[in-house]
Ligand binder design. Structure first.
Ligand SMILES: [Mg+2]
Length: 270
């Protein structure tokens, strides 16, 4: 096979894996070599008596990502679904709050492609992954709307919205509260591409007023914005029975009966 043909085949596979069905819907590791799991071996231990080494640490992250991460997320969301199923019929106007990045949407293709670096944007906004090692800016990746759903969270969403559920299902409002800032990039607002990506990933039918974006001028911990958002949801008469996120800053501050923390060893949001 020629290099060009191989590249086309890889691009096709990447399209299927990155933009196709929910990220965790299939068992086994992703087939696209640019997603790294073909390189994940045994995690090397840190050398005793030595400070940790960033390259060894990245190898351990990759091993975790490919060996245990999806199962760990599925376990947390399994508990969340059980709780919502039991609690929703007991309260008036139940609601669930979901974080977006690494809770509802799976950004691993960008994270791995950028070698865990945070790059706000790249000239030309290219995030098509046609070349190994192409940098992909976070805003460009978001705007591309290529992120797949995190499967177990999509299951929770469908359970809450009574999509493909039994007739006895109790409908629950779902609000997305994100640290993404409501800003313009390439002449489009972040809320527009965020709703587009959620819809494409399978989170069907989210109204704009069910998406809380961060004020671009806000400073300090994102928990300030997120706590205020949940308080606002409560002020509209909803009972927030569950709040799901991948960062502690998603979950502190109260205004939720139960919190569910999914793992994210890849980055930290204060
Ligand atoms: Mg997140």
């Amino acid at each position: 096979m020629t290099n060009i043909a191989l590249r086309c085949l890889c691009a096709l596979v990447a399209t299927i894996v990155v933009a196709g069905s929910p990220a965790f819907a299939q068992t086994g590791t992703p087939v696209d070599p640019r997603l790294g799991c073909d390189k994940a071996g045994t995690a090397p231990a840190a050398d005793a008596g030595e400070p940790d080494n960033i390259d060894l640490f990245k190898k351990r992250l990759l091993t975790y990502r490919c060996a245990a991460y999806e199962n760990d997320i599925a376990a947390v969301l399994g508990n969340a679904r059980k709780w919502v199923t039991a609690r929703a019929p007991e309260v008036q106007r139940p609601a669930v709050v979901l974080d977006i990045d690494e809770t509802s949407l799976f950004n691993w293709p960008r994270i791995y492609q950028d070698d865990y670096a945070y790059i706000p944007s790249t000239p030309g906004g290219r995030c098509d992954f046609t070349e190994v090692g192409d940098p992909c800016g976070d805003l460009d990746w978001q705007q591309s709307a290529r992120a797949a759903a995190i499967g177990p969270t999509l299951e929770l969403y469908k359970l809450a919205r009574c999509i493909d559920q039994a007739a006895t299902c109790t409908k629950v409002e779902v609000f997305f509260v994100t640290g993404r800032r409501e800003q313009e990039h390439n002449k489009e607002m972040a809320s527009v591409w965020t709703l587009r990506n959620l819809q494409l990933a399978g989170f069907d039918g989210i109204a704009r007023d069910h998406l809380y974006m961060r004020d671009p001028a806000s400073t300090g911990s994102v928990s300030i914005h997120k706590t205020a958002a949940r308080a606002d949801i409560e002020s509209k008469g909803f009972a927030v029975i569950a709040n799901v996120g991948d960062q502690k800053s998603d979950l502190v501050g109260g205004h939720a009966e139960m919190t569910f923390k999914v793992p994210n060893p890849f980055y930290f949001i204060e």
